[in-house]
Design a protein around this ligand. Sequence first.
Ligand code: PGA
Length: 259
Amino acid sequence: MRKKIVAGNWKMNKNLNEALELGATLSQALKNNAISLQAHQEVVICPPYIYLLKLKDFFRVLGEKQIQVGAQNCHFKDAGAYTGEISASMLKSLEIDTVILGHSERRTYFKEDNALLKAKLDHALANGLRVIFCCGETLAIRETKEHFNFVAQQLQESVFHLSAEQMAQVVIAYEPIWAIGTGVTAAPEQAEEIHAHIRQLLAKQYDATLADNTTILYGGSCKPTNADALFSQPNVDGGLIGGAALKADSFVGIIEHLR
Ligand code: PGA
């Protein structure tokens, strides 16, 4: 059965105390709401790098086993003179298992293109990380109705060179840029049609079983009030959550709709 995931992308938010407080409240809220994840369900939070180890240790001390800790990015080389960067092998050495790559903010502000993301993806997988790989179009692209082709090209140029075995370590996150942090969410039908398109691309490139087993998340202004409608779509396997992941009650309110 394919994994259903709610992942929180904290982006560049929270100081250390706030990060630990959010971790503690989140853990408590899961208990208060009697949320017990099933074997095919996962919750991951991706805080800034500098809190990864602290949060992991903190959850260990709390006995919190339901929340995994992942990273927001990594470099495409193993080591070297790349000031300010973090490699996949460093993340792995912290026992971090998941990394987000290709987020639209990385693509826009840090000029990460499909070729660079291909290199990052290869590097992350070579180091045993699971990758949440983001794709998605701008409003201008959607208005020209080119979004299906645009997303296909992003995947073609960064992801589809992978072997089926490697692909099993990739989660795809469809995140329309016009919905990220804007309060505008893709309608469930809009999310479903492009998720179904991505699954068809996977079936064509690999096979139907791989396509069926691949987790495809939706991201972009997902909140407790729209999570159920989105997650109930047959091809939407959970969400990558930004703003609503910064408050325990809204994040847990989304987790409650995991199928
Ligand atoms: P948002 O961000 O939920 O704040 O729209 C989603 C994301 O960037 O992953």
